[in-house]
Design a protein around this ligand. Sequence first.
Ligand code: SF4
Length: 497
Amino acid sequence: MNARTYEVRTYGCQMNVHDSERLSGLLEDAGYTRAGDGATADVVVLNTCAVRENADNKLYGNLGHLASVKAGRNGMQIAVGGCLAQKDRSEITRRAPWVDVVFGTHNVGSLPALLDRARVEQEAQVEIVEALETFPSDLPSRRESPYAAWVAISVGCNNTCTFCIVPALRGRERDRRPGDVLAEVQALVAEGVIEVTLLGQNVNAYGVEFGDRYAFGKLLRTVGAVDGLERVRFTSPHPRDFTDDVITAMAETPAVMPQLHMPLQSGSDRVLRAMRRSYRQERYLGIVSKVREAMPHAAITTDIIVGFPGETEADFEETLHVVREARFASAFTFQYSKRPGTPAATMDDQVPPDVVRERYQRLASLVEEVAWNESRAFVGRDVEVLVADGEGRKDGATHRLSGRARDNRLVHFSVPPGAERPRPGDMVTVQVSYAAPHHLVADGPTWALRRTRAGDAYERATTAPAAAAPGVLLGMPTVGASAPLPVADAAPACGHA
Ligand code: SF4
């Protein structure tokens, strides 16, 4: 009998992307196979996000469409997980009774058993738990990329930003043991991974659970010292908890990339207070200048919300001021939208939508102008690019390939006639010939190709699909008191300890 097929659809943040790799790994471990592109799967899993106002509309819209698909496919099952499932629970099966399983952010590991139970009992299964059962990283995973990986170091968040629903849905911060993070990174590198991104809602608070305020800086050094690992990135830091030892660790650990994505949200101290972000403009810009001092070539990006309740024109001008001062390489900009269940949703002085839109447009054009000024400085410079799979939408037409520079800038580059074609995962050094606001083009004379183990891993994964599919990784040890870290060359900078 053919194995049942599955499809996981991911909405929202990198944490959901990470969890979806676990959902795929769990299903493959339970004997399911991934449905081919365009094929209708026996099991469709929606891993949802609850951050935006229209997140609900999107979910119920998708479920409406899936109802007709399911009606025409005997034995098909639909499962809903992620933050919206954690929030809406049985409301989902009330509004969409054709849904078979609803599971939450704390019990990702329950999916296969719930699917079985729903099939045997012919009844929808809704199982939501209030606290983390198993650290998602302990679950089998089916990674999307053979050469780059997400590695969660913590889940949940202890902050209480008034616009954010994450703490209510992902709970308080739980930290993985540093030794477990290191073991996962070493296992990934052994499989050919060349770049890891350390993931957490607030990576700077890492260690709060086992009482080590400088744990994140130490972790960057230790992970950065893993033999064979060339690139370490992390997201998301929080300006309130950002300590100088992290900047030093970044500057002194060659594998840690000169790139920082640090959410600002607003430049106005009054608005930051109303958001309960626990830092002010001066501190934010202070961190930016310290990072620039330690790593003058670092790319800094951010998240900004426009139109938070009570935001005045003067407040908005403060945000524009920080964008100019911080010289962001790019920014994710959002028009504030009420999130039911958050304190900000019931605040007075909600800003009229047309005012929000107008400010949003002004912000977007300033961000573009600043980003373009920053990227123009690259014209004529050589950059090292990790060749990527699927990052160049126009590559086919332009006969270019694409990848990421050390500071995470997107680079589209030409392969000189007669030169060996690089594989995703390989490294090339090229010269930038043109700069756009959000990408670089490298058709310059410089060309060097370095074939890597990551390129080999990509080749293995794509030429021998089933057997060599990247990363069905068996579970890892549990959460809690930290395993002792091997002291690498961190001592000098960790002088604070
Ligand atoms: S730091 Fe604030 S915005 Fe980020 S996840 Fe925590 S509560 Fe939400």
